[in-house]
Design a protein around this ligand. Sequence first.
Ligand code: ARG
Length: 654
Amino acid sequence: MFKKIISVALVAFALSAEVLADEGMWLPALISQRIGDMQAKGFKLTAEDIYSVNQASLKDAVVLFGSGCTGELISGEGLLVTNHHCGYSQIQKHSSVEHDYLRDGFWAMTRSEELPNPGLTVKFLERMEDVTDLIVNKGYTAEQLVNDAVGGVNGRKAQVESIFYGNQYYLFVFREYRDVRLVGAPPSSIGKFGGDTDNWMWPRHTGDFSMFRIYADKDNNPADYSADNVPYTPRKYFRISRAGVKEGDFTFIYGCPGSTREYIHSEGVRYISEVSDPAKVGLRTLRLDIMKKYMDSSQQVRIQYSSKAASVSNAWKKWQGEAMGIDKNMVVDRKRGYEQRFREWAKGTEYDGVVDSLGALYAELEPYNLMKEYYQETAYTVEIASFANRYLKADSVQRNAVRESFYKDYYQPIDKECFIAMMGAFDRQAKGSLRPEYLDRQLAEYGSIEAWAEAVFGDSLNIAYEFYSEFMNWYREDVLPQITRINGEIESLYKVYMRGQMAFEPERTFYPDANLTLRVAYGKVQGYEPSDGVYYYPNSTLRGVMEKDNPEIFDYNIPQVLRDIYAQGGYEDTPVCFLATNHTTGGNSGSPVINADGDLIGINFDRVWEGTMSDIAFDPRICRNISLDIRYLLFVVEKVGGASHLLEEMTFAN
Ligand code: ARG
């Protein structure tokens, strides 16, 4: 291929200047390092407005929602917004055949109609503190620091996280509220509009939001659900801007990105893009094709498998974009070029040899890692097997419930066909010492995978259970210990290599990989060129929703009420979504998208698939996050939900 013969040095040169623009997930407590750049790009507030321990700041309006999303406060009475896909399981739990809130949406018309969600929590960051010195030099343990910080305060939580591969430690102190009620959600045909078809893609027209309210005791402290609780009064909430969002506008995102690996070795990147992603995509393609075949021919099966297929397809699509983006951007070659320069520089220092040792460890890890991923994508996905395990381990009281909830959404022909396809793929992959003996015993006994499937899916659950536990034991004994050992060595070398990278480029400001702690990313509203000759504009409108509308296609069948509103005329240009260059990842779902004045302009919910390699290498030319335009939320709440009382408690900047 042409691009492979471009010299590495040339590539590195061409990209180095550009690559840093808009890249980064910065620690709020250190935002003073970036505030000059932010202000130069248009931001009008100060570092103290973003993060302050002593006075109310924007951080006080942002929460970790549940265990893996972000949410933000938009009223003085505890009203919070996040994504529809973040509130999905709560909306689903309150739904029944009589009240199908997933299908029809839900709007609490009074406070007393707001629905409690036992187990759902939100966490505010109270403060973060560099505790490296305490841990490294003063002999404190993480546990001591956490205990001291919590000090028995109701709702206070703390954790110590290492950043830069154990080179620094931060203590994060949170306040967790545990009475969080559902206030509103649009019908899924708005909140999930476009479904898996449009997921990770632009142009996008998804109204991906839901609304909750935090409740507290009479003193504004965290409390278990009680009818006596009152709406929480936040230290800070976002004003909403209706002024519009246009190409070039400064934007900044405050949220909880989950996991990125920006500083890894070229061999780690090569494994992801050339081995792991393609293997996992191939296996999931087989499963998705099987699911789709049955879902297309039965409405009932479609309902049973839509959420399962959605979760299989979400990462499937992301991995395709990630592998493609790494390849197209020659990330492996660029990393190799960087490593070569590092190697030269490191000669005779404590960093000498670290790059090569890491390369060797990755080579050792690869066969085990690949087997682990094959196991996770094949044997481990057989539904009847994990059900057999859960069922046989449940006590007699729980068993009925376990069985009912499993069979409600189970269609055996899908599971059986997937079993045959997955075990076929596993059989072709597993060789030598990494091949479970059990597999050969079964193939000898039954003669073929098809005949083996008849037994696994027979009347008794025993063979399915045996399958589950034999594979699990093999994985735990033959695969996992090796991975744990090699990864341990890799991690300790990364600690050295990371320090080395910082010494190698002393003028560069490094940001730590994402770890689900609060971060700031900033950039601007901007379209992109997905391929030669094609430009995507950064804004979408209701006109595009209507262009996609099709009652025959599940993902594009909008509610009739939206058609009726549109037919009245004048709503064509209602904004729906927009693109920006903010560096985000999974966990940033629901994050506030903020303008130069600090006002809320959108809610982050996705990225474009061509740019999902940003978890490994951010390229400002193609990496874009996708946000809901806050004005679409206002439109849906008022016009579709008829819940304009909710707008009355918001504060508008304009
Ligand atoms: N891609 C987004 C994320 O990673 C949205 C996923 C939910 N939507 C869906 N159609 N599956 O979380």
